[in-house]
Design a protein around this ligand. Structure first.
Ligand code: 2P0
Length: 325
């Protein structure tokens, strides 16, 4: 009763920003992401008959407290499904996600955990079922079940049965690059979970955000299909700016940006003035990710490295979905 799975993280081009059900993690809107090959989590789950509680080891460190509780509560979902309520596991996880890069390690983390747990319990889940389970660990994680370009369908059902990810285009459909620009950043003081709830509950801009999404989704899917980089990049950048605008309309208002976030955004816009198609996107943190085409890599990296307060740039290609080791 042991299995190992590997999952890559993903970056949303159309953002998930708000829940309609917090317990089941059901979103208010569809989102769309690209899976990244540069960042992943590898997790081994070993169920042991004699264990009296779960054990969680992350990057060679035994974890307790809130993070442990979240993992063990998540394993309960699988135990219940498998009808093995008193079977506990040792979970050993290695995160190849530099935490400072602001790439949500929860996406690759919960995707790898879900896949390894389901396999260890011999649940034989379809990818769709696996995506549904993964969603309940962390919303964005359900998109990491697949490689390439992935959409998370928000669904309508109250029980979450129709809320899961689907692949829009496979990994080899389109070779684009994503640079994670690591800034000399401070700890963020509003987590994404808290930030999205505050925005849904109080932001005067939230309705406008939701109204604008179907058009963004429709257009970006056309762009991906046609490999139209300027279309996809410009929609992704605008969608990111709209998501961040909702935080300014919340009560109390907040922002994830720092002054150096703006500096990198401006560097990307300057690249476009120099006829290099590059676009940025930003998640619930200060770091910026830059989308560009392989032929422009040298120019993009030169510009980013020359930008003040950039401490590192980590390049990813489009990545694959869950695999078993
Ligand atoms: C996304 N983010 O689509 C958006 C964009 C942050 C900004 O998904 O509460 O860790 O576990 O469902 O998935 C970050 O939120 O939140 C996120 P939970 P998650 O990637």
């Amino acid at each position: 009763m042991r299995a190992t799975a590997k999952a890559h993280t993903n970056i949303a081009l159309i953002k998930y920003w708000g829940k309609r059900n917090e317990e089941l993690i059901l979103p208010t809107n569809n989102s769309l992401s690209v899976t990244l090959d540069g960042f992943y989590t590898e997790t081994t789950v070993h169920f042991k008959e004699h264990f009296e509680q779960d054990k969680f080891i992350l990057n060679n460190e035994t974890i307790s407290g809130v993070m442990y509780e979240r993992v063990t509560k998540y394993l309960d979902l699988f135990r219940e499904h498998a009808n093995k309520k008193n079977l506990y596991a040792e979970v050993i996880s290695m995160n190849k996600v530099p935490t400072a890069a602001g790439f949500a390690s929860s996406a690759s983390g919960f995707a790898a955990l879900a896949a390894a747990t389901a396999k260890a319990l011999e649940l034989n889940l379809s990818k769709q079922d696996l995506s549904r389970f993964t969603r309940q660990g962390s919303g964005s994680a359900c998109r990491s079940v697949y490689g390439g370009f992935v959409e998370w369908e928000k669904g309508e059902a109250n029980d979450g049965s129709d809320s899961f990810a689907i692949q829009i285009a496979p990994q080899d459909h389109w070779d684009i690059r994503i640079a994670a620009v690591v800034l000399t950043a401070k700890e963020k003081d509003v987590s994404s979970r808290v930030g999205m709830k505050r925005t849904v509950d109080t932001s005067v801009f939230y309705d406008g955000w939701l109204e604008s999404l179907p058009a963004d989704l429709h257009a970006i899917k056309e762009g991906i299909k046609a490999r139209d980089f300027e279309k996809v990049g410009s929609i992704a950048e605008a969608n990111c700016l709209k998501m961040h605008a909702t935080t300014l309309g919340a009560n109390p208002p907040f922002t994830y940006w720092q002054d150096n976030t703006m500096t990198v955004m401006q560097a990307v816009q300057e690249l476009r003035k120099e006829n290099v198609p590059a676009y940025f996107t930003i998640d619930a943190g200060p770091n910026v990710k830059v989308l560009y085409l392989p032929e422009d890599e040298e120019k993009v990296l030169e510009k980013l490295h020359a930008t003040e307060e950039v401490s590192d740039v980590i390049v990813s290609k489009v990545g694959e979905g869950i695999s078993y080791v």
